[in-house]
Ligand binder design. Sequence first.
Ligand code: TYD
Ligand code: MG
Length: 473
Amino acid sequence: MAKKATVNFVCQECGYDSPQWLGKCPECGSWNSMKEFTIRNNVSRLATGSAVLEIAKPQKLQEIASQETSRIQTKYQELNNVLGGGIVKGSAILIAGDPGVGKSTLLLQLALSLSQGLESAQKSAYKVLYISGEESVEQVKMRADRVAVTIFGAKTENNNLYLVSLTDADAIVEQIADMKPDLVIIDSIQTVESQNVSGLSGSVAQVRYSALQFIRVAKQYAIPIVIVGHVTKEGMVAGPMVLSHMVDTVLFLEGEKFAKTRILRSLKNRFGPVDEVGIFLMEENGMQEISSPDQLFLGPLANSEQVTPGSVLVSTLEGSRAFLVEIQALVVTTRLPMPRRVVSGVDGRRVELLLAVLQKHCHLPLDTMDVFVNVAGGMKLTDPGIDLGICLAVYSSLKNIALEKTVGIAEVGLLGELRVVSGLDKRVKESEKLGFKNIVTAKKYKTLREVLTRVSKSEYLNPKSEPNTNDKN
Ligand code: TYD
Ligand code: MG
């Protein structure tokens, strides 16, 4: 019996679908975002999936092969860690990030190294299919030659990496089913489209349909599939948002345009821990992994003898690792009725809250000051354990007191109380390892006020620094 074409309305913001048009999306509340799309059931045999995909039958639990044993270990230990121990066969991984952050470069390096068979003792080389919808195969080849020098030390013959420039989702599925490679990389989901769905490439309907087809074929042949998704500055565009519900693992590659540091985070992982991070550097010839990023997030002055007011270190916990990061603050008298708060690398509202706590409980005249807060090294911090560090940096700049090699590790509450944060021992150990001796924690001090009083009584005072004479407070 031939099925009728299905008409659906899909929210362009969040991907909610409904059989009828609605003015307001019940899922995300956005107005006028429902767009019609049609799946014409008879256009392609792949549209229903029946020709390629057999119907799965229930299996006994014991008969199902355990997936833990079949992980592909990549050359990059940082990537393995973020994935929870390697790439699980048949898993769908989304790598999201701003355009130009280095997703294609990282994946090409992964493809090159896997197809050379450097990583695994059991298998000589993996067959990798790299589908590029953004660049021509010649462009990818040019980049491959460049990064191969970094990975292997020279240009090498590589017979196991297959490149194709394709944007037709159904053709891609057919290619995968024909070739059955060990790993598929699709760069990027925003460029693929299918005749079976209306709408331009990158629209929710297209992204959803294409991803669904890829994931189904990946699951059926147990081929791991890596999908690239761009994110725009306006927030998560339709693509990655819809996708993150469909895939097993969501990785986010972040980094500033003009800094080299790239941080790979797992936001969702069905096969491992989340919030794990991997650190890379974007170099001239590709991405390099950094397994001990000791000095990476410290500004050039953090380790020097001459200590500058406004600089304090925090020890932040990312996944299972602690990193020492420098927080810089600059506090100056404002000329504006609404003082400025310019913040990068941490949540602006969190900083506002901390400034309010400092003003109320420590009597600092911050309502007449412009405050600028910055995280060195391009790291974005969400850990509440950095609160004390931010407060200390602000205080240090306001009073013009240089805090010598000081690390603040505590969450600050609304009443100005300090709270012990998770993984304290690990954070303290990391600080000591790097030679930072003044470690302020909630175990030693109960309130923010107590800490600041000790600081002003020269407990952590650098004798060379002079108090700010302009400051009346
Ligand atoms: P790319 O991997 O194309 O980013 P994405 O796929 O996430 O959009 O990276 C593009 C940027 O990286 C570009 O600005 C140039 C820079 N780059 C390097 O610095 N070194 C390199 O070896 C390569 C290949 C790119
Ligand atoms: Mg790219």
